[in-house]
Design a protein around this ligand. Structure first.
Ligand SMILES: NC(=O)c1ccc[n+]([C@@H]2O[C@H](COP(=O)([O-])OP(=O)(O)OC[C@H]3O[C@@H](n4cnc5c(N)ncnc54)[C@H](OP(=O)(O)O)[C@@H]3O)[C@@H](O)[C@H]2O)c1
Length: 246
């Protein structure tokens, strides 16, 4: 495994699912991981990393609270002096067909999945540019690439992330800061737990590799993009979807 020793990494949505696995893999690779979720939710992830011999801290921040994000990033800089990796992973779904979708569900999904990525990136960019190195990885979705009925808000947020990251990648490439996207397919987490067994069956026929993905499948891709080995990769969308969308 590539070493991330000495790197300071922030992972949003680190309390469970994909974000927890990303935090654990970055921690296992030697990074000091700043685990973010609401309230005390990310504490167990940080504890697990420390119990495995890694370094981690946890913070309760709502990613839609711009002032809270800025305070947290300032604190990380004060304590560690640098920020090498940002994984913008926190996300929600509020599914509904368009005709029934409430404006509040649109706003909440765009604020959490897209606007929060803007806030986090703006907060970490200055130190990364100053350092002349940095890795930003945003978690989009196959739904942002191919659409999905009942997820107009979610698809818009995830497609928006792709455009956002490509634009940002071009802005900061000259400072050796890379910005990439990982687009997972159907991954077994709390977010997909409520999909009925028959719907999961329908989905699995559309996945050439014949199974749902695991958080670990996604985390491995993130860990690679966050490493020095990925220094010549920027503005890319790495699909981790079992071949569901090619
Ligand atoms: N599962 C899939 O099939 C799939 C597929 C494609 C893309 N994705 C994307 O992958 C990412 C992770 O999804 P997941 O499946 O791991 O979901 P999950 O198990 O539901 O976890 C979501 C994470 O986001 C955090 N979060 C949500 N809203 C937040 C907020 N306002 N402030 C701070 N943290 C917040 C949650 O923390 P709290 O403890 O604070 O709730 C939790 O850690 C999301 O962006 C999702 O859209 C998932």
């Amino acid at each position: 495994m590539t070493s991330l020793s000495g790197k300071i990494a922030i992972v949003t949505g680190a309390s469970r699912g994909i974000g927890r696995s990303v935090a654990e893999q970055l921690g296992a690779a030697g990074a000091t991981v700043v685990c973010v979720a609401r309230g005390e939710n990310a504490a167990l992830t940080a504890t697990a990393i420390r119990e495995s011999g890694g370094q981690a801290e946890s913070h309760g921040v709502d990613v839609t609270d711009a002032a809270g994000v800025e305070t947290l990033v300032a604190g990380v800089l004060e304590r560690h002096g640098r920020i090498d990796i940002l994984v913008s992973n926190a996300g929600i779904a509020r599914d509904q067909l368009m005709l029934r979708m409430k404006r509040a569900d649109w706003d909440e999904v765009i604020a959490t999945n897209l606007t929060a990525a803007f806030t986090w990136c703006q907060a970490v960019l200055k130190p990364m540019i100053r350092q002349r190195t940095g890795r930003i990885v945003a978690i989009s979705s196959v739904v942002g690439q191919m659409g999905n009925a009942g997820q107009a808000n979610y698809a818009a947020s995830k497609a928006g992330l792709i455009g956002f990251c490509k634009a940002l990648a071009r802005e900061v490439a000259s400072r050796q800061v890379t910005v990439n996207v990982v687009a997972p397919g159907l991954i077994a987490t709390d977010m997909t737990r409520t999909i009925t067994a028959s719907a999961k069956g329908d989905w699995s026929t559309q996945i050439p590799l014949g199974r749902m993905g695991t958080p670990e499948d996604v985390a491995a891709a993130v860990r690679f993009l966050a490493s020095d080995e990925a220094s010549y990769i920027t503005g890319q969308v790495l699909a981790v979807n079992g071949g569901m969308y090619m």
